[in-house]
Write a protein that binds this ligand. Structure first.
Ligand code: PAD
Ligand code: ZN
Length: 361
């Protein structure tokens, strides 16, 4: 089958690989749609550490073709959304209602049994996030797939697998934005625009979009942003002016840049919360004076996967979509074939799309 494989840092291509059938507790999914997320790009450029070679892709939806022994949650023919974290239901975190932190297995490029089903010329090829679904097929742990209703288009459902769930969940679950509060969102890509939607759904009274690109902030207005800032200007100063020098209740950093993280911490009001969603490099550091947090009562919190419980939240977000409260179709600016993946990554780097989606033939 064809797959997008990163062979080394800054080197990836669409190549032919072999795929072994699912083993016990695994499923074979024929991919229908795969979202192109900045985290895929971060594997390519080395920001997120990964073994190579690896099949990219961690946001997608498709049809179950085959199930291994012992699989009970899905059957062939089921439509599923892939989750980039397996939920084992039994580990320390799963039993404490923190399944997004599930520690059933190491993210070392293999499946749960420590081996991979993908190979090339007999050599193993790893997969991203137990999935590696930027490919025609994926063999994944059954606890990484969630059945979905068949009335939802695959392209929309794919976004639920990562970007939309992370962004919406960051607002409604991780931060639990209160109705009437004020929100700023730094970085209006696929995830940031989803934070904007989450803040709108949560009833925020004011949502300020911050991006280097005027087009991205204009896009954010279509998803619920009420204000934007001068591109390349002093966003912190402008937001203090907008809020009568008080600062903002919640600032979401959805880029992964130490300087914008510091801006988010600065711009939140006393007692407010900075939510870190963007993933930066392991060696990068942001800095905050040791007296600021205790003396201002500000909080800085991390957001992993929008604090998702996939079995509960995937159907919930699809329901919000059906009822017109969550715009998924509007998030898909452009679709690509699998062969066009390099073009999709170029467009992601240029920042031209809300989300680009690979539609499998
Ligand atoms: P994206 O590339 O689509 O969007 C990033 C946006 O940030 C673009 O619109 C840029 O113009 C904008 N931007 C870049 N630099 C600046 C700056 N200095 N000031 C203002 N705006 C800027 O990415 P995405 O939305 O797919 O992903 C965003 C981040 O979220 C990325 O770091 C990704 O790895 C992370 C992520 N985290 C999780 C999680 O569980 N925490 C899940 C999924 C993605
Ligand atoms: Zn992602």
């Amino acid at each position: 089958m064809k797959a997008v494989v990163a062979d080394a840092q800054d080197s990836y291509s669409v190549v032919d690989v072999d795929l072994a059938p699912p083993k016990t507790g695994e499923v074979l999914v024929r991919m229908a749609a795969t979202g192109v997320c900045h985290s895929d790009l971060s594997i390519i450029n080395g920001t997120i550490p990964s073994p190579f070679p690896t099949v990219l892709g961690h946001e997608g939806a498709g049809v179950v073709e085959e199930v291994g022994e012992g699989v009970t949650n899905v059957s062939p023919g089921d439509h599923v959304i892939l989750s980039f974290i397996p939920h084992c239901g039994e580990c320390f975190h799963c039993v404490r209602d923190e399944p997004y932190l599930c520690i059933v297995a190491k993210q070392d490029g293999n499946l749960l049994d420590g081996t991979t089903r993908v190979s090339r010329n007999g050599e193993p090829v790893f997969v991203m996030s137990f999935l590696g679904n930027m490919a025609e097929y994926a063999v994944a742990p059954s606890i990484s797939v969630v059945p979905m209703a068949k009335d939802v288009p695959f392209q929309a459902a794919a976004l639920i697998g990562c970007g939309v769930t992370t962004g919406v969940g960051a607002a409604v679950k991780t931060a639990a934005v209160r109705p009437g509060s004020t929100v700023a969102v730094w970085g209006c890509g696929g995830v940031g625009l989803s934070v904007v939607q989450g803040a709108r759904i949560a009833g925020a009274s004011r949502i300020v979009a911050v991006d280097l690109s005027a087009e991205k902030m204009e896009m954010a207005r279509r998803f619920g942003a009420t204000d934007s800032v001068t591109p390349g200007g002093d966003a912190v100063r402008e937001i203090f002016e907008m809020t009568g020098r008080i600062g903002i209740d919640y600032a979401f950093e959805v880029i992964g840049n130490p300087r914008t993280i510091e801006q988010c911490i600065k711009v939140v009001r006393r007692g407010g919360t900075a939510v870190l969603v963007g993933v930066g490099g392991a060696k990068e550091r942001f800095s905050v004076s040791s007296l600021v947090l205790p003396l201002t009562g500000k909080s800085v919190i991390g957001c992993m996967y929008g604090s998702v419980n996939t079995k509960v939240d995937f159907p919930l977000y699809l329901d919000l979509y059906r009822r017109g409260r969550l715009d998924l179709d509007g998030m898909i600016t452009r679709t690509y074939t699998l062969d066009e993946a390099p073009r999709a990554f170029e467009d992601l780097e240029k920042g031209v799309n809300a989300r680009g989606v690979i539609v499998h033939g």
